[in-house]
Design a protein around this ligand. Structure first.
Ligand SMILES: [Mg+2]
Length: 226
């Protein structure tokens, strides 16, 4: 395939490749308890998909900062990873087939996530999908969380593909907004169900599907070229 036909597929992780929401929820409950605070479902909704520095700021009114915030965030992720190892992580419907067929088609693929690098590496290890990814952008690589396009622009740059030839796969409104702000196409998935199809469309998603079983590699090329 000619170089100018190349496309990039940039994957959000949580809620798109895998569903780890409950594992994160319980890790936050556990760490917040140690710091003398409850962690409610409302807190979870308010902070879902954000980077730890912003979440900790929100939960503790900016009172835990710098190295103390880093330590809290690190411990929370340790709890999360420990639980993930214990219970195992499954890919969401359609994901594996799509990763394979996109890879066979010559598409370049990367993960663009608000999660820390250790979590991304663990997911790759537990699911075995690392061989389909040519790059990864994690929390530590960015200064600004979604809806800022930084994470996806860095992903496209690492793959050496123009943003306009990139298709982002997302499950959250902030992620769809990030993709569009970066001049990319966006497929939104509603399966895990934190955001409705209508809201994802409003945010600018070019296509909304229930699961990735509804998408083929060819659909991605059509989107990128459209
Ligand atoms: Mg997500």
């Amino acid at each position: 395939m000619a170089t100018d036909n190349l496309i990039a597929v940039l994957w959000d992780m949580d809620g798109t490749l895998v569903d780890t929401a409950e594992l994160h929820f319980h890790a936050w409950v556990r760490i917040c308890k140690e710091y003398g605070r409850d962690f409610t479902r409302e807190d979870f909704t308010a902070t879902f998909g954000k980077r730890n520095p912003e979440i900790i700021d929100y939960l503790f009114d900016g009172k835990i900062k710098g190295p103390d915030a880093d330590k809290l965030g690190y411990q929370k992720e340790e709890y999360y990873r420990g639980e993930s190892r214990k219970t195992g992580i499954e890919l969401l419907p359609g994901v594996l087939n799509l990763l394979k067929s996109l890879n066979e088609s010559g598409a370049k693929q990367a993960i663009g996530s608000s999660a820390p690098k250790g979590n991304l590496e663990l997911i790759l290890e537990l699911t075995g999908i690392g061989k389909y990814m040519q790059a990864m952008v994690a929390m530590e690589d960015t200064q600004r969380g979604k809806p800022d396009p930084q994470v996806f622009l860095m992903g496209a740059e690492k793959l050496k593909i123009q943003p306009r030839r990139a298709v982002v796969v997302e499950d959250a409104i902030a992620g769809v907004q990030a993709a569009k702000a970066g001049g990319m196409k966006c497929v939104a998935v509603t399966f895990v169900g934190h955001h409705s199809a209508e809201k994802l469309k409003e945010a600018g998603a070019d296509r909304v599907v229930k699961t990735l079983e509804d998408m083929s590699a060819e659909d991605f090329y059509k989107l990128a070229e459209g």
